[in-house]
Ligand binder design. Structure first.
Ligand SMILES: Cc1ncc(COP(=O)(O)O)c(C=O)c1O
Length: 388
């Protein structure tokens, strides 16, 4: 088999920049101690990397206070802290049908305990109308939480407009930036964002197991966990101040170092430039897929306000079978199924046909990769339809 063509960058970016592997190796060999827990040099050095990365990401999201950039495992972890820490029984929350299960499931659990939830659907092009979100506001609405970029159909939501409406109504606005951070600007100031949840291993190009949230001053997230913080150990309760408030136990210091290297690589190259190249490849992929008979594309009339994530089916073939053929016969890795976003597939009608096939383009894909993917899909589409 020739080289693997990795088009599953929506799940995680792979490979990472060489700089990430090298820095993680260097960091862990030389400074892999528990940061900020003691005063010896190594510990201070490790702590410095954590604080530098806090600052790097705060600047990246145009936040104001690095102490309000809290590290956790991934965006699922951050989204749980946000949702369980901002809503109580009797509250109302507004979200969308574009959400990943990392938002839908916490909201569902809370709805069982007396939180009212409205999910606003997306339109035929894959966008949520800010006006429809506004219509759902109630006196007891305590949180609006929106997926910035869809992990299924790749559309980027108008978060600045939603943020403006939330700010005017005095309702906290959080975004799930799992797919958008590292692809399109996430700007807490310009987009009126109160809380940003991010994951390190996708387009921020870090390793798995690191993520977190950035919280604007004036927004408070209740404590929903408690544990060691490394400082003021005699205090019986978890510390209230940030970043300790939302950090529990030994941090993933190796992950933080890798994230630092990933974001440094990305900002060095220029986010806009990296994204523009991915979108150029997405354009070639889309044009090629459009020309294939029996192809069904989802919310892909245009690539405007999109990231390079494309979902499709071949009429008469099961998405999972197409994924297996792409893998086994063509060496192409992609993701099929419901993509942890069941309401998206419900709205597209693809929940009844086992979801869709998703290609996700990353910074290390090439024109050859996308042309090979088009050719492979073309060959698969020439196979007879299967009875469902
Ligand atoms: C839109 C979206 N939200 C949340 C997540 C969860 O990310 P993680 O598994 O890193 O917590 C993902 C991952 O696929 C995602 O695409």
């Amino acid at each position: 088999m020739s080289k693997l063509i990795f088009l599953d960058n929506g799940a995680t970016s792979f490979p990472k920049p060489e700089e990430v592997y090298r820095y993680m190796d260097h960091f862990y060999r030389n400074f892999g101690v528990n940061p900020g827990r003691s005063g010896y040099d190594l510990c201070m050095e490790a702590g410095l990397v954590v604080e530098e990365t806090r600052k790097l990401l705060t600047d990246f999201f145009n936040g104001t206070d690095p102490n309000r950039l809290c590290f956790g495992y991934n965006s699922t972890d951050a989204l749980n802290l946000i949702i369980f820490g901002m809503l109580r029984p009797g509250d109302h929350a507004v979200s969308t049908t574009l959400e990943h299960n990392s938002v839908l499931r916490p909201l569902y659990h809370l709805s069982q305990e007396g939180v009212d939830v409205d999910l606003v659907p997306f339109d035929g092009r894959g966008f949520v109308d800010p006006g429809e979100i506004r219509k759902k506001f109630r006196p007891n609405t305590r949180l609006v939480i929106v997926n910035h970029a869809s992990n299924v159909i790749g559309t980027v939501q108008p978060v600045a407009e939603i943020g403006r409406l939330c700010r005017a109504a005095g309702i906290p606005f959080a975004i799930d930036a799992s797919q958008s951070a590292g692809k399109v600007p996430v700007d807490m100031e310009a987009q009126s964002l109160d809380v940003v949840a991010f994951t390190g291993h996708k387009s921020l190009l870090g390793p798995t197991g690191i993520g977190g949230l950035c919280v604007r001053e004036g927004i408070d997230i209740r404590l929903t966990r408690a544990g060691g913080t490394g400082v003021r150990s005699a205090v019986p309760t978890h510390l209230e101040e940030y970043p300790y408030r939302l950090e529990y136990g030994t941090p993933n210091v190796m992950g933080i170092a890798g994230l630092k290297a990933g974001v440094t690589w990305l900002t060095g190259k220029g986010l806009e430039k990296v994204h523009a190249e991915e979108m150029r490849l997405a354009g070639i992929l889309l044009e090629g897929l459009r020309a294939i008979p029996r192809i069904i594309l989802y919310c892909l009339d245009s690539l405007e306000n999109h990231i390079a994530v494309l979902a499709f089916n071949i009429d008469g073939l099961d998405a999972a079978d197409v994924g297996t053929m792409l893998d086994v016969d063509f060496g192409i890795a992609c993701r099929t199924g419901l993509h942890c976003a069941p309401r998206v597939h419900e709205q597209l009608g693809t929940d009844k046909i086992h979801g869709a096939v998703r290609f996700g383009i990353g910074p290390f894909n090439t024109e050859d990769d996308v042309r090979a993917a088009v050719a492979a899909v073309g060959k698969i589409a020439s196979l007879p339809a299967r009875k469902r």
